[in-house]
Design a protein around this ligand. Structure first.
Ligand code: RUB
Length: 319
């Protein structure tokens, strides 16, 4: 496998590259790099190498379905070309084009969501955010660029403190942002007009997987009668949940939560570090996709429209 692809996988695992949209685009790029640098003329071996690369990339982070959907998109195109009897040179072009198309579509989706979502924000609104979602922040930045005066509360987001990334990004735009500890959410959410979060995956029933703490925020927002909005491109919808699979929640290293020193000192202590949680659809007011606004209960329609009714028993990366 190409060394650059191995490095990319490492950067995704270590979260140097993070956020579901970016992960999706990056793995498409990785397949393109692997294809372009492939040496050999046997189409069967080429396809098998690309599938192996896809399996290797899938193993980096399990919850962000953008990763799988990006690979699914590229591999489906590759499969069609292979079935048409194309040679390796032609198959390489197919992989590159599909990867470029995925990235372009992703960037366009982000712009469209920003456009649609910013219409929901009024001058003087207060917005509460969790973690660091490029899609959610896209909405806020667009509203700000349109001249609306906005105030943002950003959750710190332990244990990896993505709230700091959010705070920096918004400050750089000249947006009024206040960083708070996660446990202060109840105090500040009451002052907000909207909570806006991103998504790592949307299930067929409209439930949303996103950074740990999102489900708690949704409950608090519900109780405080604050609008809870999820910003998610359609490639964040998980087709496998249609056939009954559950979204896998990534468990990360416990040493993101506790120091080795404290862990050794506190013999017998158990530590858990789930990176995501699931927000039930009844606590979500709206999902903003590039195709428009939907109620979470309509997620199934997005899946049907995007992936049809087929089963996902055999994935395109499987041999
Ligand atoms: C990031 C996270 C983000 C979603 C959406 O988690 O939960 O809210 O991935 O991001 P992590 P985006 O930091 O563990 O990757 O809107 O940029 O796709």
């Amino acid at each position: 496998m190409d060394k650059k692809v191995v490095d990319i996988a490492e950067d995704i695992k270590s979260m140097k590259i993070r956020g579901a949209a970016k992960i999706g685009r990056t793995v498409a790029e990785a397949l393109k790099i692997e294809a372009e640098n492939y040496k050999g003329n046997d189409p069967i071996k080429f396809v098998s190498d690309i599938k192996e690369t896809a399996r290797f990339l899938i193993a980096t982070r399990p919850t962000a379905v953008s990763l799988e959907n990006s690979l699914r998109y590229v591999l489906t195109e590759l499969e069609k070309g292979h079935n048409d009897g194309r040679d390796v040179t032609s198959l390489k072009k197919i992989v590159s084009k599909a990867a470029n198309d995925f990235c372009e579509n992703s960037n366009r989706a982000l712009e469209k969501i920003a456009e649609i979502g910013s219409k929901r924000i009024r001058d003087g609104d207060v917005i509460f955010v969790n973690c660091n979602s490029s899609v959610a922040l896209g909405i806020i930045k667009k509203a700000h660029r349109d001249g609306k005066k906005i105030k943002v509360y950003a959750n710190e987001t332990r244990p990896r403190f993505q709230g700091l990334l959010t705070a920096k990004e918004l400050l750089d735009e000249g947006i009024d942002v206040t960083l708070i500890v996660d446990s202060a959410a109840r105090l500040f959410i009451k002052r907000a007009n909207h909570v806006i979060t991103g998504a790592d995956a949307v299930a067929a029933n409209g439930a949303v997987a996103n950074k740990i703490g999102t489900a708690t925020l949704a409950l608090i927002a519900h109780e405080a009668r604050v609008n809870f909005i999820v910003a998610a491109e359609t490639y964040k919808f998980n087709p496998r949940t249609y056939s009954g699979e559950l979204i896998e929640i990534e468990e990360r290293d416990i040493f993101e939560v506790i120091s080795k020193e404290d862990y050794e000192r506190l013999k017998g202590l158990k530590v858990k570090n789930p990176a995501f949680d699931i927000t039930p659809p009844e606590y979500i007011d709206l999902i903003i996709t590039e195709k428009g606004l939907i109620a979470p209960q309509a997620a199934i329609l997005v899946l049907k429209e995007t992936y049809g009714l087929g089963s996902f028993e055999k994935e395109p990366w499987e041999d």
